[in-house]
Ligand binder design. Structure first.
Ligand SMILES: Nc1ncnc2c1ncn2[C@@H]1O[C@H](COP(=O)(O)OP(=O)(O)O)[C@@H](O)[C@H]1O
Ligand SMILES: [Mg+2]
Length: 378
């Protein structure tokens, strides 16, 4: 492949591409100048709070909405102006929208029977059986929809979408109605299913754990924009700003005003007068003196000690009081109140000597600069 020119290598390797896509509803910019490209056969998630434009992005891919500006391609073909039913795309909705008066097989075969020319009944039956096999429901073909559990209805909705063999499968918060345990099971099944069929899946969720555990790529959205597009590792290790760091994993944020910067990072002064330094995030926005910013420190990057047992060589140490300890099996979470920093969350493994500390104890907390990140707001 080394001899292939980059533009040829890329050609046809994306299943969905947005270029500067804009969609308004009246004054609301639901999708605001969004560009991204989803690799063929990948699992992508859009993650963000309610109202940030996730569903509208899916509806633009599906063809239920048309963009006001910009270009949309599916499998390398422009689909602007192409109606939903002509696109190689199927959507699974949050409320599965199954037909209650039909049995499972009729629900799953519905899309095929609407095709012109209509496939033979033996072909429909074979494809229904294949789709139900994929979602592991073969024995339930003649059940009525209302006799099914939530998880089973979800599988029927998936089978109904997959039977059309779409290029792209869109999933709008498909697991939101399921309880936690079932949700976890369905997450694993969806991931396995995606690998098995090799179709590009685009999932919308506001659950960061769901997005992180299932996706090849994630787009973090805010106010109609994609703030960062990347792999779960990129988003976790190299967030572009505080908004992303806050959405992906957990961090303590110590806001302040930027006092000085250099190539590697920035020094901030907090409202309480503490000076904190940290390197930039690899993909993060650079800061300038006078900017507002935050030092972000993950709970597992902070240590806790009795005042007499603080190790040498820490870049930051602050006296603190232990407010609460939550036992979580192989690790514990400590809520502390640190002088000049306020409430701080610390996570330590079972083996750590801090496990002996009791609520009310005076402690010292600390970290090293290189375990923290200097991030811009946003
Ligand atoms: N059909 C519509 N008419 C008017 N406003 C809409 C319509 N659909 C979405 N919006 C608005 O666009 C914004 C993005 O909505 P949506 O894409 O549904 O967000 P999400 O799925 O992330 O919760 C919201 O402010 C929402 O109120
Ligand atoms: Mg939505």
């Amino acid at each position: 492949m080394a001899a292939t020119a980059p533009d040829q290598t890329d050609q046809g390797s994306y299943d969905v591409e947005f270029r500067s896509v804009v969609k308004h509803f009246g004054d609301v910019k639901a999708v605001d100048d969004v560009s991204f490209a989803l690799k063929r056969g990948s699992f992508h998630s859009f993650l963000g709070p309610s109202g940030c434009g996730k569903t509208t992005s899916l509806r633009l891919i599906a063809g239920f909405e048309q963009p006001d500006a910009g270009a949309i391609e599916i499998a390398g073909q422009s689909v602007v102006g192409v109606p939903a039913y002509r696109r190689p795309v199927n959507m699974v909705f949050q409320h599965y929208a199954l037909f209650p008066h039909m049995d499972v097989a009729a629900n799953v075969g519905y899309g095929l029977r609407q095709r012109k020319p209509r496939p033979s009944e033996s072909e429909v039956a074979a494809r229904v059986a294949e789709a139900l096999e994929l979602v592991r429901l073969p024995q339930l073909a003649s059940r009525r929809v209302w006799e099914l559990s939530g998880g089973q209805q979800q599988r029927v909705a998936l089978a109904r979408a997959l039977i059309n063999r779409p290029t792209v499968l869109l999933l709008d918060e498909p697991l939101a109605a399921l309880d936690r345990k079932l949700r976890r099971e369905m997450q694993i099944e969806l991931q396995n299913l995606q690998r098995e069929v090799g179709i590009t899946f685009v999932l919308v969720t506001h659950d960061q754990e769901e997005a992180l555990s299932m996706s090849d790529t994630i787009g973090i959205m805010k106010d109609g924009k994609v703030v960062q597009f990347g792999t779960p590792e990129e988003l976790y290790d190299a967030p572009v700003n505080r908004y992303v760091a806050d959405f992906v994993g957990e961090s303590n944020f110590f806001p302040g005003s930027v006092a000085s910067t250099d190539r590697e990072g920035a020094t901030l002064v907090t409202a309480s007068g503490l000076t904190l330094r940290a390197p930039y995030s690899r993909l993060g926005t650079r800061l300038s003196p006078g900017d507002r910013g935050s030092i972000a420190v993950r709970p597992e990057a902070i240590g806790l000690w009795r005042p007499t047992r603080v190790p040498a060589g820490l870049d930051v140490t602050r006296p603190a009081r232990l407010l609460n300890r939550i036992y979580l099996g192989d690790h514990s979470e400590f809520q502390i109140e640190a002088e000049g920093l306020g409430p701080v969350l610390v996570r330590l493994p079972k083996s750590d000597e801090a496990q002996e500390l009791e609520p009310g104890d005076q402690v010292v907390m600390g970290w090293n600069h290189e375990r923290a990140l200097a991030l811009g707001e946003g």
